[in-house]
Design a protein around this ligand. Sequence first.
Ligand SMILES: *Cc1c(COP(=O)(O)O)cnc(C)c1O
Length: 467
Amino acid sequence: MTQPPLVPGADPDTARQRAEAQAWRDRDLAVVWHPCTQMKEHPHTLPLVPIRRGRGAWLEGVDGTRYLDAVSSWWTNLFGHAEPRIADAIAAQAHELEHVIYAGFSHAPGLALAEALLAKAPPGLARVFYGDNGSAAVEIALKMSFHSHANRGQAGRTRFIALGNGYHGETLGALSMGDIPLYRRVYAPLLLEPLFAPSPDAYEAEPGESAEACALRRAGQLADLFAAHEGQVCALILEPLVQCAGGMRMHHPAYLRRAREICDAHGAHLIADEIAVGFGRTGTLFACEQAGITPDFLCLSKGLTGGFLPMSAVLTTAAVYDAFLDDARERGFLHSHSYTGNPLGCAAALASLAIFDSDDVLVRNRATAARMAALARPFAAHANVADLRQTGMILAIELVADRRTRAPFPAAERRGLRAYRHALERGVLLRPLGDVLYWMPPYCVGDAELEHLAAVTASAIEEATRA
Ligand SMILES: *Cc1c(COP(=O)(O)O)cnc(C)c1O
């Protein structure tokens, strides 16, 4: 597919551009330590791609190569790269007030964002505490939950329940709540030990069992776990509807409804980690809406600023907030981050929320999601595709060695990495989770772009699954 250059008249001197890109790579690999990467794989097994700009769903490399960003740059971007309305809002705010200490001080974007988030969040949430990344939001929710129980005379509630296959970030507390061995195993000696309840993941349903029946069976096991630890549990933490880092595994909303009831019955909090699934990814603004529930804590980040700035927010209830009001200083929540409530992040988030309204984003996304489903449908018949699943703007393709037994490929074969490199060479940023290929594109993605994505995905599946 031919694409117009991002900037008309972009430098046609490709030999010079290629040399420039190579020089950049060499300098970069001499000094930078990249995230979530075995650096020894650079540059031979894993290419390093220097990017000079982004527009819409596209990224442009230093050598002029263009990449369709099918993963929204780690699930952060909502409306396309360098979205001018968000960029302008940040620039305007930067000229007014870039940052101010948020303890004892207030500013317009921080206040407006708190009001806007509460107006859009599930009913019953009444307070906003800002953080500066997703893991920090999880830490805040865990600490607040424990501390609010302690302030109410329930200091014996020291355990958390987390779900199998869950993911909540990389700082020690957040990592503790995760169940992905690749990230957790090495650090296990340092971590908190939550109780793990089995994931309601519909892919793990018994033969013939519906997603809903599977969810309800898993909720029964959750209730048993709570009963076995009566009075010990602060909170249940989960990712509503889609366990993203765990391979885009999806579950029925019935699980969330039962989880809400079970937490209430046992006097525990429900922490909804919507860091990845919030802001429209699942079809509704927040995933909890599809179950009609309100969590005690709603953790938001990633898409919060439209993908522009690191920022997070934890929304909670008046009941939690009230538990901290006291004459004793240490009964207050003395947690802080230097950049709490950063005005630039708040301005970006406000501009992003305004786009949801002005562009009728959730309605348009319904058509986009339907188009994604239609284009991906043929993959379901592939001999190495065990599952094709979708929740709103998230679509995943589970590659396996044998679709009848669902036996995975040996991990050492790095099938997903093959797909990654293959797609990259064809101008698509498709970054599988293990052997799960997925689409989580920016919402501005167009028809022709989705067709391009589907064509490259089809050939990437072939490349990844051939002997
Ligand atoms: C990405 C993610 C986090 C961590 O957010 P960071 O900003 O990367 O620290 C936490 N929970 C979920 C569900 C995530 O997807």
